[in-house]
Write a new protein. Structure first.
Length: 392
């Protein structure tokens, strides 16, 4: 077991009509000028944005708005938000949406709070010193950004997709009403379930440390998400399953499922970031497409973790060598992805990267990390190219 610090300052308000508590939560923050940040038409069409505006007005809080966040959120909009926030004296950011909106809000918060060019923080040329406080009304269960310390932004110049992590960006509060996710397309719900699973799977495949209790929590979380993902495939209006998945999303990325380990192996996420950065694919679908290639490539390095995955997560009881059990677990997870209509190869995303594009993505991945990717096996550019080929 490794030593760890578990820090979760986000106040969660969970349940039906949870957004009605917004006024009281804003009062607790003592904010005077809010940047209301959101995506596109759905939040407006549902009436949610108007309810938010009404709550801000009732509390006597001023606000400015910035919409237009897209999946794989863009640096250009972050720059607009930073400029707007500085000009308007914004002291709080309210993100209404899913992970893309929350990540964009965090990046804007970094830019306002830390000064200078915000992209330098993502390039690791400077460190985050402060982040404007953030609150969240969650409308998509997926990234776990509502309780996490990280965000990912795509720069259009070169289509570079980089992450930035700082404890200062953990939201002050997260409002989670599972009913707000019921209008999501089935594909988006399934993508979210995969993303939630991957946040714990990345932590599961560690190279050192670990705790029995953490493993049991992680395995239970993953099995729960898989169970309810299948229910939502057939019954998208199932509130209880929506609630299970939404709460799992928050717990999957707030650090809980990695306590005691070395932090886990985040190579699949880093590899997928390059794929979605270049081709703008849905993050969850990209993860399910590349994961099998990564798992097969690295599983011989630490087969015991893959065997435990097969036994405790996929609940397989077959006998065989560690290598055979590891492969059975990988195949069983891919079967689950297919069952919820998620891709298990890059071609199923409707793209087929060229050799030059695979090399470009691999080199950008290593450059962004300033070194090799992964913990189970240290991956250099040539390794990542091979994983892309195996995932085709």
């Amino acid at each position: 077991m490794n030593d760890f610090t578990f820090h979760t300052p986000t106040k969660v308000v969970f349940g039906r009509n949870a957004e009605s508590k917004l006024g009281a939560l804003l009062r607790e923050q003592g904010c005077r000028k809010v940047l209301l940040h959101y995506g596109g038409r759905s939040a407006e069409a549902s009436g949610l944005l108007q309810r938010v505006r009404d709550a801000l007005k009732a509390e006597g809080v001023g606000w400015v708005e910035l919409g237009g966040v897209v999946p794989n959120p863009r640096l250009s909009l972050v720059y607009k938000g930073v400029e707007l926030g500085r000009e308007e004296g914004v002291d709080f950011i309210l993100a209404v949406g899913g992970g893309s909106v929350i990540d964009s809000a965090k990046a804007i918060g970094y830019g306002i709070g830390s000064g200078g060019d915000v992209w330098e923080l993502f390039e690791r040329k400077r460190k985050v010193t402060a982040c404007t406080p953030i609150g969240v009304i969650l409308t998509i269960a997926a990234t776990g950004s509502e309780m996490s310390s990280s965000c990912v932004i795509t720069a259009e110049d070169g289509w570079r997709k980089l992450g930035c992590t700082s404890e200062t960006s953990r939201p002050r509060f997260a409002i989670m009403d599972p009913a707000l996710t019921m209008t999501l397309p089935d594909y988006q719900t399934a993508c979210g379930c995969v993303d939630i699973l991957m946040h714990t799977m990345e932590r599961w495949f560690y190279a050192s440390g670990g705790m029995e209790l953490t493993d049991r929590i992680a395995a239970s979380l993953m099995r729960t998400v898989m169970k309810h993902a299948l229910i939502l495939r057939d019954d998208p209006q199932n509130y209880e399953s929506r609630a299970e998945v939404m709460w799992a999303g928050a717990l999957s990325h707030n650090g809980l499922t990695g306590c005691g380990s070395d932090g886990g192996d985040w190579a699949p996420h880093k590899i997928e970031h390059e794929l979605s950065g270049l081709f703008d694919v849905a993050h969850g679908a990209g993860l399910s497409a590349v994961w099998g290639g990564w798992a097969r490539y690295v599983s011989r390095e630490h087969p015991e973790r893959f065997v435990r995955f097969a036994q405790h997560v996929m609940q397989l009881s077959g006998a065989g060598t560690d290598e055979e059990m590891a492969l059975e677990g990988i195949e069983a997870f891919e079967d689950f992805c297919r069952a919820i209509n998620m891709p298990t190869s890059i071609r199923e995303l409707g793209i087929e990267p060229t050799e030059a594009q695979m090399q470009e993505m691999a080199e950008k991945c290593i450059a962004g990390l300033h070194g090799p990717a992964g913990k189970v096996k240290k991956l250099h550019a040539e390794d990542i190219v091979e994983i892309f080929k195996m995932a085709l």
